[in-house]
Design a protein around this ligand. Structure first.
Ligand SMILES: [Zn+2]
Length: 329
């Protein structure tokens, strides 16, 4: 799938190797635009990266794009639901609370929230979410009692002031001020043009002892090996960098971060999404599993098998995404 003979001379933006790297021709598939973008994979650090940044990248983030699509306040319209969510989410983020633990067993919390339980946080911790979209994760945290949180995203139309006090600012991390206990990127880091500059900002903004969490897709995965340019998390042209374990380690070392822990959290999406792309079914198509599961090409049994396969791959450190927990050296 991935053995191609075309190479171009490029400077790897991560490890700095100037070399002839293999080229991949990747189509925009989420919206089925089928526009082609060139990516190269560094022969040394294995980071897969877009060859040229599109000048009109804003065009590929239309209204309704993933995390901009939902109003999180709608999740709290019924009082009993609000109470249950708050107990569950408080437990999911902090790992404390008997009632929340019980609710979480029946109604699992979102993975991005559960990823926080690996860090020692309190409800007073200062948390910055970079590339937060409409701020759903922060909204959940606010409702669960976290009082010092801020979200930033340059792709939102305007600043958002929620009734519960949450503020989402239309800005880049370079414009943020203050000091933070946790700075987190949930599937946003791979969208940024200059990851080293972003890490420099993190370094400046992080409290001593503070943590940085980066949740990203990984090219050092079975999904990339098996599906190649049909791999759903390649997501051209929005994803500029698809890191390998090695390339992320190389990058963070440059800014004197070390990786404290890596948790693989890939799921069934890597399989059903990539299978759809192989058959030319876009993510937003009427036939897509995410849009219309009953009319998709998959049976429930297949989806269950994909889920089991993902759990196994995560154990083998071969799933197509992971959470990286960083600290300053
Ligand atoms: Zn490289």
């Amino acid at each position: 799938m991935n053995s191609l003979s075309e190479t171009h001379e490029n400077l790897c933006r991560i490890c700095g190797l100037n070399e002839h790297h293999p080229i991949y021709r990747v189509l925009e598939r989420m919206y089925g635009l089928n526009e082609e973008f060139l990516y190269f994979q560094c022969v040394q650090c294995k980071c897969l990266q877009i060859e040229n940044f599109p000048e009109d990248i804003w065009r590929y983030y239309p209204k309704g794009y993933l995390s901009f699509a939902t109003d999180p306040s709608l999740l709290y319209s019924k009082p009993i639901e609000k109470w249950a969510r708050c107990a569950r989410d408080s437990y999911a983020a902090l790992g404390k609370g008997v009632l929340g633990k019980w609710i979480e067993k029946i109604y699992p919390a979102p993975e991005d929230l559960k990823a926080l339980s690996h860090i020692s946080l309190t409800k007073q911790s200062k948390i910055l979410d970079v590339g937060c979209g409409a701020g759903t994760l922060l909204y959940l945290l606010c409702e669960a009692g976290f009082s010092n949180v801020l979200g930033v995203d340059p792709y939102i139309d305007r600043d958002i002031n929620y009734e519960n006090g949450l503020f989402i600012s239309r800005q880049e991390i370079q414009e943020v001020e203050g000091s933070w206990d946790l700075i987190m990127f949930h599937h946003s880091f791979e969208h940024m043009k200059d990851p080293l500059k972003v890490l420099q900002s993190v370094s400046k903004l992080l409290n001593s002892g503070g943590s940085c969490l980066i949740r990203i897709p990984l090219v050092s995965s079975l999904a990339w090996e098996d599906y190649g340019v049909h791999w759903v998390q390649l997501d051209a042209p929005r994803h500029f960098f698809l890191h390998s374990l090695d390339s992320l380690k190389t990058l963070v070392r440059k800014e004197k971060f070390h990786i404290e822990d890596i948790v693989f959290d890939s799921d069934e999406f890597q399989f059903w999404g990539s299978e759809q792309y192989k058959k030319d079914i876009s993510l937003k198509s009427e036939k897509s599993y995410s849009v219309n599961p009953a009319h998709s090409i998959f049976s429930q049994k297949q989806i269950d098998q994909f889920r089991k396969k993902a759990v196994q791959l995560n154990l083998e450190a071969r799933g197509d995404q992971a959470v990286f927990y960083l600290k300053k050296e």
